[in-house]
Ligand binder design. Structure first.
Ligand code: GLU
Length: 423
C-alpha cells in the first residue's frame, strides 16, 4: 500500500492499481530499479476551491485538482475530467498513467491530469463556463505550453478547452493556443483530434486481432461506454465489418446478436441524448453485459470495471482498454491465465494524446497538417509502438501491460537518472 499520507488504503482504488502495476515492472528494470520509487510519488498535486455563482444567485463550492505525476521527459500532459466521483487519488492515478502513456509512444511529455468533482450535466452552459474559467485561473500558475498542457477527458470537450485557452491567454496577456489541446479547429485545434482516441483503439485492436489470429469481419464486439471513445471505436469496427453485439453505458445495456446498427444508434443518441430506448436492440440487465460471449471487449468508460469475478467469467479473446485503468490487477492475472489478450490503456487509448502532441507541435509552428497526414502519422506511431510492446512481451514472457511499462519506465527513469537530483 501507499506510503503517501494523503491516499486511502483502498486496495481497489485507481492509485492502488497503479502501485501494483509499478511493482510488477520493477523486476524488469535492471539497474534502474532503485529509481522506481520516483513512480510511486506524484511530483506536484494541487487542490483548489472553485466558488461558483449559480444562475439563481446562490454560491456553491467545487473541489478541483491538477496533478503532475512526472516531468522528467517533458512538460506535463493529460486531460481534465469533470465527474461527480473525481477524487485527488483518482486524478493521481490518471496522471501516472499519462506518464507511462507518453513514454510508451515516445512523446516528449511527462504525465499530468486534472479534474473537478462536479456533475457537468447539472450545470447550465453559463455555469459551466464560469466553473471552467475559475478552475483555469486557480491552476494557472502551474499550467502553460512549456509546463503542463491540459486536454479533454470524461465530461469535458473542445468548448471547455476554448474557455481554458481564453482564460489562460487573458491572464498572461497573450493568445496562447498551445496551453491546451483538443481545442476547436479554428482556435488552433488539430484535424482528427476528436476521433483520435477511438481511432487509436481501432488501430491497435486491428493489429492485436491479426496477431492472435482473429478476422475482424468474423468478430463480435462489445463496447462499454458510448461517449467520445466508445462511439468512435464502435463505428470504426462496424465499418470494418465486425458485429457490434453489445453496447453499455450508464443509461442502458443493449444487445443484438446479429449486430447493432451503429449509425442508427448514434443518430438515436443525438436526438434523445441517451442510448436508452433504442428499439433495434434488446435491453439487458447491466450485469449480463459481462456474461455474454463475444470476441472483443472494449471497456471505454471508467476505471475498475473488470474485477476478478468478471475476469473469471469473461467469454472473449481480446480486451481493448479504451478507458484508463479499467482492469484491476487481480483480474489482469486471471485474464493472462485464461489466455485472454489485453491491449493495455497506456497504448490502446494513446491515440488521443498522440494527436494532442501533433496539435501542440502545429500550434508552436503555426503550420497545420491535413487530416489524412494526421491519421497516417497516428497509424504509424501506434503500429510501431504496439509492435515494440508485443516483441518485448514475448522477450520477457510477460503481459502486454508489463511489457509496455518496461519500455516506458526505462525511458522515464533513464531521463530521471541522467537529469540527476536537484540540489
Ligand atoms: N484524456 C486523454 C487521455 O486520457 C487525452 C490526454 C491528452 O490529450 O493530453 O489520454
Amino acid at each position: 500500500m501507499s506510503a503517501l499520507s494523503y491516499v486511502s488504503q483502498d486496495k481497489d482504488s485507481a492509485w492502488a492499481t497503479w502501485l501494483s502495476q509499478v511493482d510488477r515492472v520493477v523486476p524488469y528494470l535492471g539497474d534502474l530499479a532503485p529509481w522506481a520509487d520516483t513512480l510511486r510519488h506524484t511530483k506536484r498535486a494541487l487542490i483548489v476551491d472553485i466558488p461558483l455563482e449559480m444562475d439563481d444567485g446562490t454560491i456553491r463550492h467545487f473541489e478541483g485538482y491538477r496533478v503532475q505525476h512526472n516531468l522528467s521527459r517533458g512538460p506535463g500532459k493529460g486531460g481534465v475530467r469533470f465527474h461527480p466521483d473525481v477524487t485527488l487519488e483518482e486524478v493521481m492515478a490518471l496522471s501516472a498513467w499519462m506518464t507511462v502513456k507518453s513514454a510508451v509512444l515516445n512523446l516528449p511529455f511527462g504525465g499530468a491530469k486534472g479534474g473537478i468533482r462536479v456533475n457537468p450535466r447539472e450545470l447550465s452552459a453559463k455555469e459551466l463556463e464560469r466553473l471552467t474559467r475559475r478552475y483555469t485561473s486557480e491552476i494557472g500558475n502551474i499550467i502553460g505550453p512549456q509546463q503542463d498542457i491540459p486536454a479533454p477527458d470524461v465530461g469535458t470537450n473542445a468548448q471547455i478547452m476554448a474557455w481554458m485557452m481564453d482564460t489562460y491567454s487573458m491572464n498572461v496577456g497573450a493568445t496562447t493556443t498551445g496551453v491546451v489541446t483538443g481545442k476547436p479547429i479554428h482556435l488552433g485545434g488539430s484535424l482528427g483530434r476528436v476521433k483520435a482516441t477511438g481511432r487509436g483503439v481501432y488501430i491497435t485492436g486491428i493489429a492485436a486481432a491479426q496477431r492472435i489470429g482473429l478476422e475482424i469481419h468474423d468478430c463480435s464486439v462489445a463496447v462499454q461506454g458510448f461517449g467520445n471513445v466508445g462511439s468512435v471505436s464502435a463505428a470504426l469496427f462496424y465499418e470494418a465489418g465486425a458485429r457490434i453485439v453489445a453496447i453499455q453505458d450508464h443509461s442502458a445495456t443493449l444487445w443484438c446478436e446479429s449486430g447493432i446498427d451503429i449509425p442508427a444508434l448514434t443518430e438515436w443518441q443525438r436526438e434523445n441524448g441517451t442510448i436508452a430506448g433504442f428499439r433495434q436492440a434488446e435491453t439487458l440487465r447491466s450485469d449480463d453485459f459481462w456474461l455474454k460471449a463475444y470476441d472483443i471487449l472494449i471497456p471505454a468508460a471508467l476505471e475498475g470495471q473488470i474485477n476478478a469475478e468478471r475476469a473469471r467469467n469473461l467469454n472473449c479473446r481480446l480486451v481493448l482498454e479504451g478507458a484508463n485503468g479499467p482492469t484491476l490487477p487481480a483480474a489482469d492475472d486471471l485474464l493472462r491465465q485464461r489466455n485472454i489478450t489485453v491491449v493495455p490503456d497506456v497504448i490502446c487509448n494513446a491515440g488521443g494524446v498522440t494527436v494532442s502532441y501533433f496539435e501542440w507541435v502545429q500550434d508552436f509552428s503555426s503550420f497545420y497538417w491535413s487530416e489524412s497526414e494526421i491519421n497516417q502519422r497516428l497509424d504509424r506511431i501506434m503500429n510501431d509502438a504496439l509492435r515494440d510492446v508485443w516483441l518485448q512481451a514475448e522477450k520477457l514472457n510477460v503481459t502486454l501491460r508489463t511489457a509496455a511499462y518496461a519500455i516506458a519506465c526505462e525511458r522515464i527513469l533513464i531521463a530521471r537518472k541522467e537529469r540527476g537530483l536537484y540540489p
